[in-house]
Design a protein around this ligand. Structure first.
Ligand SMILES: Cc1cc2nc3c(=O)[nH]c(=O)nc-3n(C[C@H](O)[C@H](O)[C@H](O)COP(=O)(O)OP(=O)(O)OC[C@H]3O[C@@H](n4cnc5c(N)ncnc54)[C@H](O)[C@@H]3O)c2cc1C
Length: 381
């Protein structure tokens, strides 16, 4: 399939990312999961390759390649370590609003270090009392003289406290609709009043720092507002398209990894005098798995091309993520089943793919929320 989807240059790029991952990530993958930490040397190595700045224009230190290349890196890294991929992805999400809506000064100051991999980035939307219903967030930002003052809490923040934060907050509590009273801000890591309350202990993606943040009279210069005041909801919706394309790529990464493991296992494991790959029940499971993975990848690459062509495929992003995550979890379960008891141990990576895959049905908007979006686009409100 690949030669019809990727150009020669893109195939060469994929080959390089695979070589990079074999050398720099594969040796650490199990330890990252067990110790729940990603060694800094991996971030440094990815920074040198320019993997954080693939979507960023060259004039701001990026590679100017776009979301298609970014998702290729996600799909390859994710197969080796979901956590490494996720920490990089959160950084890419955080630079997207600055890239799309930032001033030249903001790009120079905040985009350049992120693109170079000098700092991780995070997006701060979810709160203890507000998840799916993002518009009703409670964190507030008030303009006092030349500064915005932010108060509130943000939960489940990937890379929180580790670098630059893109924070959404309510700036007009009296707006006719909450969507019209939200703004988006840049809050650097060292800002006074910003603290990490706790690190969440996760089922999967072990290694990423996913935390609850407290904003207590956090003061930032008024120039840290991204785009226009009260237009943060539109920025959020644009960012979600990149996030959902990326989540689709993460899901295909775990599908590919799980399928590869199950295929190899089924050819080697002998029961009733023959490799289990000879049994029709196993063969049909594998046939279904590769067919679904093929479809998910076609959706993914088509979505990425739409984004890079300047489109805003909001519904297509929701459909791709929903398909890849809801089908992907079943693929991981089947792969584990094919590996029998071995699949249930940490000797094989399938249980990790399953744990990592589960997040794809939750983060960036749950499966149920993707269905609401698709239905709204098809049927109206
Ligand atoms: C590991 C991890 C990393 C994350 N990283 C980030 C991050 O970096 N930044 C960030 O801001 N957030 C992050 N999140 C938060 C994530 O986006 C939210 O968990 C997600 O949007 C769901 O919100 P919630 O957990 O509050 O669930 P809720 O919104 O409380 O939903 C609970 C359940 O109710 C369902 N539900 C809710 N509303 C409806 C409805 N209208 N119709 C049908 N069903 C509905 C949901 O689908 C879900 O099954 C992360 C979460 C995790 C677990």
């Amino acid at each position: 399939m690949e030669e019809f989807i990727f150009s020669k240059e893109e195939l060469e790029f994929r080959k390089n990312v695979i070589e990079f991952s074999e050398e720099n990530i594969a040796p650490h993958a199990r330890e990252i999961d067990e110790k729940n930490e990603i060694p800094q040397l991996i971030f440094d190595a990815m920074g040198k390759q320019g993997y954080f700045g693939l979507t960023v224009p060259k004039e701001y230190g990026g590679l100017g390649k776009g979301v298609f290349y970014h998702c290729n890196v996600t799909e390859i890294l994710g197969k080796y370590s979901g956590a490494v991929s996720m920490a990089r992805n959160a950084t890419v999400y955080s630079l997207t609003p600055i890239q799309m809506y930032g001033t030249p000064e903001q790009k120079e100051k905040f985009l350049r270090p992120l693109a170079a991999g000098k700092s991780l980035g995070s997006i701060c939307i979810t709160e203890p009392e507000v998840g799916s219903d993002t518009a009703r967030m409670e964190t507030k930002a008030v303009l006092e003289g030349d500064e915005w003052v932010i108060n509130g809490k943000k939960r489940f923040i990937t890379n929180g406290g580790q670098g630059q934060h893109i924070v959404w907050a309510i700036t007009n509590p009296n707006a006719e609709r909450p969507q019209k009273g939200m703004s988006c801000f840049i809050v650097p890591k060292e800002t006074k009043g910003l603290s990490v309350e706790k690190r969440h202990d996760l089922l999967g993606m072990r290694g990423v720092h996913n935390v609850q943040l407290k904003f207590e009279n956090v003061r930032i210069p008024k120039e840290h507002l991204i785009g226009k005041e009260n237009e943060g909801f539109n920025i959020l919706m644009r960012m979600f398209v990149t996030e959902r394309a990326t989540a689709t790529a993460e899901a295909t990464a775990f599908m590919l990894g799980a399928i590869e493991t199950a295929k190899k296992y089924s050819k080697e494991r002998v029961q009733f005098g023959r490799p289990i790959a000879k049994f029709q029940a196993i063969r049909f499971m594998i046939a279904d798995m590769v067919t679904i993975c093929y479809a998910a990848r076609l959706m993914l690459w088509n979505l990425c091309r739409q984004i890079d062509a300047g489109g805003n495929p909001f519904k297509e992003a929701a459909m791709s993520k929903l398909f890849a995550s809801s089908q992907g979890i079943q693929i991981c379960l089947n792969a584990l089943q094919i590996c029998g008891g071995d699949g249930y141990t940490k000797e094989y990576p399938v249980e990790r793919y399953l744990r990592d895959m589960k997040l794809m049905q939750i983060g960036g908007g749950t499966d149920q929320i993707q269905k609401l979006i698709i239905a709204r686009e098809e049927l109206g409100r």
